[in-house]
Design a protein. Structure first.
Length: 286
């Protein structure tokens, strides 16, 4: 080797050694199926059910949670899901249907293939969810859970933020609901935004009740938003996952140790078709 060749070899080696190593690829937060609550695409469904389901599938989503059937009979909606290669795992229904038409709901769930039937809003008269509301809700939830179990299905309750009023015995009224319902009959769906919005910690809640949560709505609260206990705040509170207030790595670390079976995106914003692909990339570490 000539002295000049040796010089260039040493120079290149030294520069390589000093150059910063490339940043490691982000780790995926979720490796299994990603689902979506179909309410996210409510506007698109009004005019094009097959096309909207096809778009959902094109995003790499395989599981869905229904919130109505957009003018179709349950079996016809199931046929559209099948054509798109999607599977219904759960469905949101009204309090009135749960109270008055369990048989009809069970038939609809079985027609669509869902095994979980849930409630996302418990009706209450006052601006605040009260102790009396919580007592009535717990009784209703046990009743709904028993009736649905008798039909081969599972009942779940989806938090909406108003349940975190203080409980006189310590904790919140959400704690009352969990501890006063039968764990064999009443399961939970954590909506992460509606835990963060009222100032609660989703990671802590998962650790506190590791066997009760079976489903999760993955939804990130916009930075700077200060929440409250009303359970409402407008449709554009949520942003693409990773752009908001939630410590998702912490949430998923806790979630992996619990009994959550289905992780469902929900994007209620007007930018849903822009934000859902961004959220999926974030979840996959891309």
């Amino acid at each position: 080797m000539t002295s000049l060749t040796l010089f260039w070899s040493i120079l290149i080696a030294s520069q390589t050694a000093l150059a910063p190593a490339p940043a490691p690829a982000a780790k995926p937060l979720i490796k299994g199926e990603i689902g979506i609550q179909l309410y996210s695409l409510r506007e698109a469904f009004k005019t094009d059910v097959p096309g909207t389901l096809a778009w959902i599938k094109s995003q790499g989503i395989n599981e869905v949670e229904t919130a109505g059937f957009y003018g179709l009979a349950p079996d016809a909606f199931r046929a559209e899901l099948d054509k798109a290669g999607l599977k219904a795992v759960s469905m949101h229904v009204s309090y009135e249907r749960l109270k008055n038409d369990i048989a009809g709901l069970a038939a609809e769930a079985k027609a669509t293939g869902a095994t979980y039937v849930g409630l996302a809003w418990y009706p209450h008269d006052s601006k605040e969810f009260t102790m009396a509301d919580a007592e009535k809700a717990a009784s209703d939830f046990n009743e709904f859970g028993k009736a649905l179990k008798d039909n081969g299905l599972m009942f779940f309750y989806h938090n909406h933020g108003y349940e975190f009023q203080p409980w006189s015995e310590g904790g919140t009224l959400f704690d009352y609901l969990v501890t006063h319902t039968d764990p064999e009959l009443v399961f939970l769906e954590m909506d992460v935004q509606w835990v963060v919005f009222p100032g609660q910690d989703p990671t802590g809640l998962l650790k506190k009740y590791p066997k009760r949560f079976r489903l999760m709505h993955m939804k990130d609260l916009k930075k700077g938003v200060v929440g409250n206990l009303t359970g409402g705040g407008g449709p554009d509170l949520n942003v693409a996952m990773g752009d908001g207030q939630t410590d998702w790595p912490s949430v998923f670390k806790a979630a992996r140790k619990t009994g959550i079976e289905h992780f469902l995106l929900e994007d209620e914003s007007s930018l849903v078709k822009q934000q859902v692909p961004m959220s999926i990339k974030y979840l996959r570490g891309e």
